[in-house]
Design a protein around this ligand. Sequence first.
Ligand code: DHB
Length: 369
Amino acid sequence: AMAQEVVKVGLILPMTGPFASTGRQIEAAVRLYMAQNGTTVAGKKIELIVKDDTGVADVTKRLAQELVVNDKVAFLAGFGLTPLALATAPVATEAKVPQIVMAAGTSIITERSPFIVRTSFTLPQNTLPIADWAAKNGIRKVVTLVSDFGPGLDAEKTFEELFTKAGGTVPEKLRVPLRNPDFAPFLQRAADAKPDALFVFVPSGAGSAVMKQFAERGLDKAGIKLIGPGDVTDDDILNDMGDVALGAITSHHYSAAHDSPENKVFVEAFRKATNGMRPNFMAVGGWDGMHLIYQALARTGGKTDGEALVAAMKGMHWVSPRGPISIDPATREIVQNVYVRKVERVDGQLYNIEFATFEAVKDPAKAAK
Ligand code: DHB
């Protein structure tokens, strides 16, 4: 018998360093998808190659080049941080290899290569609903606090534009370094401005430090609400934050508490496969990214021509654990529901409980162009 042809997927993730939780979540979700759906698609054997980018852009680009040239991968996937996704874009373009962004969230990323398709989210997409909610729920004055890189700047800009248009004010915009941040002095400045709410964007994994300092500086006691896109109340770490997180209002595309049959199955299978981990929004980006790869390959009949694969991805839609999603054929960007949620204690565990839905949200930063 003929040996089965192999299609390789290069998965590049931060497996070590400060953003390792993103790598851990996405790798687990991708392996779970493969365990549940088999490793043969359109007659081809799917082989996964996982590389640790250590959270560094130059390393990511070099790994992508090696995966393309030496391993002849048909797909590049992963990309836990915006600078890593951007650094890889020229490699994808040059090699005509689809680059599936499963994590990073800066709007501009998909515009950097016609081979980029995103299954994560964008910060403008996730920020729009919380700006709307705040303006309609008695919040008039908000200080913003963001990590000083692409997604933080996207979140800050989107929030300020929408919230001031709705009549609110943003007297202070604070930016914290991405690496080794000390939130305390920024939270003190925020407290001194006496806002109704503090809008926070920090990347996955950094929310615990913010919450701790928020309480230590007495912002919760002063009645300042914590709002933002849902990265700050990340399911990976939310349960360990304690009571200070209770009542935080965020808008996001995924909660482990999302009430759907697909999500119940996903959360339970993920727990079993990982010795009890709760999937977060990074995991669902990895899960759907792998689904996109499988479905595109099925549609091309196993052909690995990059242009044919990207064409097959455009307009694809399915029901994810997060809800219904699709790939916008014009922008290769994910279109998805964004939910407004409140942190509550359910059966002794902290969860983001969804209470309102903005349906089929496109990246507003692109719609504006
Ligand atoms: C990005 C990284 C994150 O961990 C996150 O929560 C949101 C965005 C990014 O680098 O784009």
